[in-house]
Each structure stands twice: as structure tokens, then as C-alpha cells.
Write a protein that binds this ligand. Structure first.
Ligand SMILES: Cc1cc2nc3c(=O)[nH]c(=O)nc-3n(C[C@H](O)[C@H](O)[C@H](O)COP(=O)(O)O)c2cc1C
Length: 123
């Protein structure tokens, strides 16, 4: 995108994560081996607003190399990204009308484009 390698994330307004992403100019994106599926379910169902969910997982944070947000030692792929663009999803753009059903509360995702500054693969 814009002649840069990029990755895209989407974050709903009610996520605790949202404040961190909006108050930063960077984010990290991690992929994990299959054996961490249970840990990802914890991260993806409990809110950090309600307590320290990380301590309920096997994940250990590690500093990034060129951005402030950290990533995780257990990730098999880490992308360190600099935020280039963000915009709330516009429901007028839903070509598939059934998508409206997903947003009954009108809590449309905010879309973030990140320039991938560094990528790491853990074997
Ligand atoms: C597999 C999976 C993928 C998810 N992807 C997203 C996503 O892309 N954007 C989002 O806003 N929430 C996503 N969620 C939901 C959040 O991870 C979940 O609401 C989480 O508890 C939010 O935590 P937080 O409040 O600490 O940010 C996902 C959940 C799962 C299980």
C-alpha cells in the first residue's frame, strides 16, 4: 500500500486494546503456533479492562526492535508496524447487506493500516 509493505488490523470501539492502538503511532501483529490456541482464546474472550489476562496464559511479552508496543516470545511471526492510516468502517460500503447484522450496536471496527517496518519468524 502506498509503495510500502503493509498489514491491516481492525479493532472495535469497546476493546480495551483500542485505547492503546489509538494513542500510539505503531502496533505489532503476531501469529502463534497451533499449540497456543487455548491461550489465544483467553486473550480473545477476556478483556484486559477486567484484569491481567496475560497472567492466565503462557505468553511472555518481549520488547520490539523499532516500535514501542511489545510482542510475544511465543509468536512464530511478528510484524512491527508503524500506523499510516486509520478510519472507522463506513456501513454505506457494505456490498454484502448481511454484514449489517454483525453490527447491531453500530460498533463498527476501526481499520488501521500499518507499514511493516520489521518482520520476524521464529522457527
Ligand atoms: C479469534 C479471535 C479474533 C478476534 N479478532 C478481533 C479483531 O480483529 N478485532 C476486535 O476488535 N476484536 C477481535 N476479537 C475479540 C477481542 O479479542 C476480545 O473482545 C477481547 O476480549 C478484547 O480484549 P481487550 O478488551 O483487552 O482489548 C477476536 C477474538 C477472537 C477469539
Amino acid at each position: 500500500m502506498w509503495e510500502k509493505p503493509f498489514a491491516q488490523i481492525v479493532v472495535r470501539p469497546q476493546r480495551y486494546t483500542r485505547g492503546y492502538v489509538d494513542h500510539s503511532d505503531a502496533f505489532t501483529l503476531c501469529a502463534f503456533p497451533e499449540k497456543y490456541a487455548g491461550d489465544l482464546t483467553i486473550m480473545g474472550t477476556i478483556s484486559g479492562r477486567d484484569g491481567d489476562k496475560l497472567s492466565q496464559t503462557n505468553f511472555t511479552p518481549r520488547p520490539s526492535t523499532v516500535v514501542a508496543p511489545p510482542s510475544y516470545n511465543e509468536a512464530c511471526l511478528i510484524l512491527e508496524c508503524r500506523t499510516m492510516y486509520r478510519q472507522d468502517m463506513d456501513p454505506a460500503g457494505f456490498v454484502d447487506q448481511s454484514t449489517h447484522e454483525i453490527y447491531k450496536e453500530k460498533d463498527y471496527h476501526r481499520i488501521y493500516y500499518g507499514e511493516i517496518l520489521k518482520a520476524f519468524v521464529n522457527e
